[in-house]
Design a protein around this ligand. Structure first.
Ligand code: URA
Length: 436
């Protein structure tokens, strides 16, 4: 078999066989197929798409490119969650303790940030002392005793995805339904949970820009779950605007804590309550309605916040950083930008806000870059809220003056005051898949 023939076949719009897909993944992982040929194939897939059968087979082969995690030592139905990424998306930090506070089991492996989208592991590492690399025994014990643990995905989980994702990231081949679906679902299948709840983001801050495309992606992933005997549900969520008001690592952990105390932005609360209810429902903790009520009750009673603190402490985190960050980090330079006229706070392009935050130090452009946990952006009002001339519009935080100015230039273009109230947008566009 020759890679050049696979590229030609896919470029002609034909489906690749399982043997051909296996040849591609095995050869790439073994270092026998060069990046330029893989890039050509990825571009052909990007342009010509894949059949449902091909996508499912590619996913299965990628899932088995490393070890398959065994979570059978954890009692009950294990439900995992994954987001296709977004700006200010701190849902895992809120949803995991919410579900655990309601008796669910959350054994979660998360990733780091690359590009404008944040990563849960970087956010958790902004808490001094927090251990993201627990051994398997501690991970299982934490989930059994506390109901949750979040650890960094090991290098052995779906290594084919890591190699392919790195190439997609620099060859404009991220936004492809079969490539996103196989990337997400290969990691999920290898991570050992029984059922999955996915958050498929759509809008200017997401990889998928239109709701129809997001539904197609959600259906593809739900179908892969079904074929593997792992029921999967996806919520399609709005990422045309950043989620919540804070973007940046420590800033997002602080906002997640505020949501768990019932003091956070309503968009984050709404999305997280629904995701938590779906996880509980998939974990057979009651009807959808009962699960929603349980999640709301855990939030209102403070049980979810208590669980959050217990979770951070259990993994070595110093929780006083939430209130006293200056105990651990030098205070960042902060610039507040005020509204130049009366109107309504609006955001033009969520991705650009993510990029600005990254340029100020909150993310990494290459895998080797260090992250500044205190950097980021804070909107001073909700999108659509009326603001007066001179009123603070947003704050930008960075430790480095040059980075701060680079970020500010982008933020000023993308966080604006519009004379008309921006159109109200739903936070959730719908649900796809489920237990049936
Ligand atoms: N998240 C993933 O894990 N993979 C993608 O391709 C896109 C979002």
């Amino acid at each position: 078999m020759r890679m050049v023939d696979l590229i030609e076949k896919k470029a002609a719009g034909e489906a690749l066989s399982r043997q051909e897909l296996q040849f591609f993944i095995d050869g790439f992982c073994a270092g026998e197929i060069p990046d330029y040929q893989v890039t050509a194939l990825l571009m052909a897939i990007f342009l010509k798409d894949m059949t449902p059968q091909e996508t499912a087979e590619l996913t299965d082969i990628m899932a088995h490119s490393g070890g398959m995690i065994d979570l059978s030592a954890i009692d009950g139905v294990k439900v995992d969650k994954h987001s296709t990424g977004g700006i200010g998306d701190k849902t895992t930090l809120v949803v995991a303790p919410l579900v655990a506070a309601c008796g669910g089991k959350v054994a979660k492996m998360s990733g780091r940030a690359l590009g404008a989208c944040g990563g849960t592991i970087d956010k958790l590492e902004s808490i001094p002392g927090f251990q993201v690399a627990l051994g398997e025994d501690d991970f299982v014990r934490s989930v059994n005793e506390l109901g949750l643990s979040v650890i960094s995905q090991t290098a052995d989980v779906a290594p084919a995805d890591k190699k392919i994702y790195a190439l997609r990231d620099v060859t404009a081949t991220i936004a492809s339904t079969p490539l996103i679906a196989s990337s997400v679902m290969s990691k999920k299948l290898a991570s050992g949970a029984d059922r999955f709840v996915l958050e498929v983001t759509v809008g200017s801050g997401a990889f998928v820009r239109d709701v129809e495309g997001a539904k197609a992606l959600a259906e593809t992933m739900a179908e892969i779950g079904r074929r593997n005997g792992k029921p999967t549900v996806a919520l399609i969520t709005n990422m045309d605007r950043p989620l919540g008001r804070k973007i940046g690592n420590l800033l997002e952990v602080q906002e997640a804590a505020a949501v768990l105390r019932g003091e956070g932005p309503k968009d984050v609360e709404e999305v997280c309550l629904l995701l938590a209810a779906e996880m509980l429902y998939m974990g057979e903790k009651g009807s959808r309605e009962e699960c929603k009520e349980k999640a709301e009750q855990a939030l209102r009673s403070g049980a979810a916040y208590e669980k959050f603190l217990a979770f951070l402490t259990n993994q070595g985190g110093k929780t006083d950083v939430l209130e006293y960050p200056e105990k651990y980090y030098p205070a960042p330079r902060c610039v507040t930008v005020a509204a130049e006229r009366d109107g309504y706070l609006n955001t033009v392009n969520a991705e650009e806000i993510g990029k600005a935050s990254m340029m100020m130090g909150a993310g990494r452009a290459t895998k080797e870059d260090a992250i500044d946990v205190t950097a980021g952006v804070e909107l001073c009002a909700a999108v659509g809220e009326a603001v007066k001339q001179g009123q603070p519009l947003f704050k930008a935080y960075a430790q480095d003056e040059k980075k701060l100015n680079a970020g500010l230039a982008i933020l000023k273009e993308n966080i604006v005051v519009s004379p008309e109230k921006p159109e109200e947008q739903p936070h959730i566009y719908g649900r796809v898949g489920g237990l049936d």
